[in-house]
Design a protein around this ligand. Structure first.
Ligand SMILES: C[S@@+](CC[C@H](N)C(=O)[O-])C[C@H]1O[C@@H](n2cnc3c(N)ncnc32)[C@H](O)[C@@H]1O
Length: 389
């Protein structure tokens, strides 16, 4: 066990761990003798040992449970946990996938994504940062990568008092990596792309949309980024309109189309809200639509405005669906719960005047597992809809 003095928690703090949630907040910490981040033993007020946790003295989330045991948390410990998480992910039909989904894999604040032989990781808490050398050793032993890049430029690190930085931790990692996903190829950018270089969480939804695309029909990919949904749509549809407001993302989308010898995608730089209004006015119709906006609700405070935004884009998308057309729609805002999302869609369907069937409700890909009792691990909601009237 670590030598540092224990952090003591209140009965309510201890109860959270009992209930299966790994976080203990500042208000439930009774004594923190040494305000230095690290891996600390945790006890109740009377000194009864409860577990070992990542300790972040500057964060509202003070403690993140690592283990209820007293075993030493050294490189070997990380190797075993990372190898176990990798072992749970069998048969993924892609060369890029998530090896460790933080709390979802009982490794709080640690994200490890694999892009072929390269690893892109994120250390998202101050406690975890102190174990950086052991974690790099653990990744190396468990996954034997050609290089490890730390995409530690996530804004959440600010709340932990940590710098936002991109650091090569070992070997080499290229600027651009070719990913093969369900027989579609695309280029990911580990050093500069969003998240760790691509939106791996939508992988299974992209395959689902690909299967639902009307052969020979007209398709629309809203918020396309580098075309990940559009490439799947383009294999079935006659023509695809792919829309984003980022010039750089669209340029990479066009490159991805060339990589797949796909020539039926039109890349259009536009604000989705404006474009949808124009498409509706022009009475355009689409047989398949993918709608994958960024998180409109970054905080609870702007939830109402965010839901209004989601409703607007969904309502307009429903209106331009061809009869029998299919819409895949999603929200990656954690604060928009599944209930709120479904209620918003029901409102939009009512206002659209269409009859809309619910074909499937999905979440993130299975390599981004949701842990029951930890709602924060289940941020992505997807819904597949069909207009029958
Ligand atoms: C969640 S990402 C889309 C990910 C993509 N569907 C994928 O699977 O890889 C959101 C994208 O929306 C774009 N975006 C954000 N606001 C927009 C707007 N108002 N109009 C058009 N694009 C927007 C961003 O540039 C970003 O590329």
């Amino acid at each position: 066990m670590t030598a540092c003095p224990p952090v003591k928690v209140t009965a309510r703090g201890a109860e959270r761990w009992k209930q299966g949630h790994p976080w203990i907040y500042r208000s439930d910490v009774a004594e923190e003798p040494d305000k230095t981040p690290g891996i600390v033993p945790v006890t109740d007020r009377k000194g009864k040992f409860l577990g070992q946790a990542l300790y972040s003295p500057r964060s509202e989330i003070r403690l993140r449970l690592l283990t209820r045991g007293q075993e030493p948390i050294v490189a070997q410990w990380w190797t075993q946990r990372i190898a176990a998480a990798a072992g749970r992910r069998n048969g993924i039909a892609a060369s890029a996938w998530r090896v460790v989904h933080a709390e979802g894999d009982a490794l709080p604040s640690l994200v490890i994504d694999k892009y072929g032989p390269w690893i892109v990781a994120q250390l998202l808490s101050a406690g975890l940062e102190t174990a950086r050398a052991d974690i790099i050793a653990g990744i190396t032993a468990a996954l034997d990568p050609e290089g490890i890049l730390l995409r530690n430029d996530a804004a959440i690190r600010r709340h932990e008092g940590l710098p936002e930085e991109v650091v090569l931790a070992s070997g080499q990692v290229p600027e651009v990596v070719e990913v093969l996903e369900d027989s579609v190829k695309y280029l990911a950018a580990p050093w500069s792309g969003q998240k760790t270089g691509a939106f791996l969480d939508q992988r299974e939804n992209r395959a689902l949309v690909g299967r639902q695309t009307k052969p020979g029909g007209r398709a629309l990919d809203l918020f396309t980024y580098h075309g990940s949904f559009a490439l799947h749509l383009a294999r079935q549809a006659k023509e695809v309109l792919a829309v984003d407001q980022s010039t750089d993302a669209l340029a990479r989308g066009a490159e991805n189309a060339r990589l797949n010898a796909i020539d039926n995608i039109e890349w259009r730089e536009a604000n989705t809200f404006d474009l949808l209004r124009d498409l509706e006015r022009l009475r355009e119709q689409f047989d398949t639509i993918a709608l994958d906006p960024p998180a409109f609700a970054k905080t609870k405070a702007n939830l109402e405005r965010a839901v209004a935004g989601y409703k607007e884009v969904n309502l307009r998308a429903m209106k331009i669906l061809a009869p029998g057309g299919v819409l895949f729609t999603s929200s990656c805002s954690y604060h928009v719960s599944r209930d709120i999302f479904n209620a918003m869609l029901a409102d939009a369907a009512r206002d659209s005047g269409r009859r809309i069937q619910l074909l499937a409700a999905t979440g993130a890909s299975s390599d981004h597992p949701e842990l029951l009792n930890v709602p924060e691990t289940g941020y992505l909601k997807g819904v597949l809809l069909r207009a029958i009237g």
